[in-house]
Design a protein around this ligand. Structure first.
Ligand SMILES: Cc1ncc(C[n+]2csc(CCOP(=O)(O)OP(=O)(O)O)c2C)c(N)n1
Length: 361
């Protein structure tokens, strides 16, 4: 196992002093150490942004930055890798630290299986050299630094599950809003009409929604595709004007593909409702802060409600649910989920089948 502090210090020793990325549960302890200890750390909205920030860092300092991510973030980073950092374009180095979810032979959730199988192949096909991290991490970082200096190209370090020792984040996002996400979900569910359908975002939100439901046909529980739940909901709302479509989103997911919001607004759909459980953090992967405090929620849609308490939520729900225009409900919630929170028993394919049957009844 690797001590996050030793890993961090080795990076600094090799002149890698800028950190940017999107948090991942496998990198939780390292990310926590960086959050607590680095003065040059940016938690980005998506992994592509982090790569671009690293390129800007290189242009202005001649030093490669570290870009950390879950392997599901490879999808977001391929474009800047190939059209910005690539040797045929600007030829800019940065060090990628990639959490390897779904590593073959290691049990993981469905959304990680194919991504895990293809992670190394993907890197090979885009020409990124890599090492799988082990106890010789000091040598591996030195090798990466040498490669980046000689070739001016990105290099990747792959982190297997359990490679980092525990480090407890001290600067936890410590808002003390009254409600939990789960309490807010339950309150909304009580008020929803029978023709309501929910598309929920990845992480705790979908898991809590699943547990709060007795019948499951009305919820599309997005397990991956972070940031895309609202566009899935849009695609449904456009085709089902007689159904009320709700997107249950997180602030981290909203930020990841925030361009979807004005597109949704431009459709002026009376049956699209966006709910953001705003805990100002990536709660599902370690509660690292997001930049949601810098979003002007009031400006996102023409009708926006913000609530802080159960009483306020109960009060605004009738109007939010029945209003005949695209509307946003921002619910301030605190971080944390139940320790015994389960996962859907149905596979994603079964969830899809049930959902489509109910939607098309
Ligand atoms: C492209 C991509 N990058 C990173 C992740 C890892 N990930 C899973 S859930 C999550 C945090 C989601 O935060 P938010 O939407 O605010 O919801 P919360 O967990 O706070 O309820 C992250 C970063 C992912 N699934 N996909």
């Amino acid at each position: 196992m690797i001590n996050p502090k030793d890993f961090y210090n080795t990076l600094i020793k090799n002149n890698i002093t800028c950190f940017a990325g999107v948090p991942d549960s496998l990198l939780k302890d390292f990310c926590a150490y960086v959050t607590d200890n680095s003065g040059n750390h940016t938690i980005c909205a998506n992994e592509g942004n982090a790569a671009a920030l690293a390129c800007g860092h290189y242009l202005s300092t001649k030093k490669p930055a570290l870009v950390y991510m879950q392997n599901s973030g490879l999808g977001n980073i391929i474009n800047p890798l190939l059209s910005l950092a690539d040797r045929e374009v600007y030829n800019i180095p940065f060090l990628m630290l990639i959490g390897w979810r779904g590593e073959p032979g290691v049990k993981d959730e469905p959304q990680h299986i194919t991504q895990g199988k293809l992670t190394l192949k993907l890197l090979e096909s885009v020409g990124v050299k890599y090492e799988i991290l082990d106890e010789n991490f000091e040598k591996q970082i030195e090798k990466a630094a040498k490669y980046m200096a000689e070739n001016s190209e990105p290099f990747a370090l792959i982190a297997r599950k359990g490679i980092f020792e525990k480090y407890e984040l001290k600067n936890k996002q410590s808002n003390n809003y009254k409600m939990t996400r789960e309490e807010a979900i339950k309150i909304i569910l009580e008020k929803l009409p029978l023709n309501a359908f929910i598309v929920s975002t990845t992480g705790y939100t979908s898991r809590e929604l699943y547990e709060a439901r007795k019948a499951h046909g009305h919820d599309f529980l997005t397990v991956g595709s972070m940031g895309h739940a609202s566009s899935i909901a849009l695609g449904i709302a456009m085709n089902k004007p007689d159904k009320e479509i709700f997107c249950f989103d997180g602030d981290g997911a909203l930020l990841m593909h925030m361009g979807a919001v004005p597109v949704i607004a431009s459709k002026k759909l009376p049956n699209f409702k966006h709910v953001i459980f705003n805990n100002e953090a990536h709660d599902s992967v370690g509660a690292q802060p997001t930049a949601s405090g810098y979003i002007n929620f009031k400006g996102l849609y023409s009708k926006v409600f913000t609530v802080f308490t159960e009483e306020e939520l109960i009060k605004v729900l009738p109007e939010f649910i029945t209003i005949k225009e695209t509307a946003l409900l921002e619910i301030k919630v605190r971080c944390g989920a139940r320790k015994d929170l389960g996962r859907p028993k149905e596979s994603p394919a079964e969830n899809k089948k049930l959902f489509m049957e109910s939607l098309n009844e």
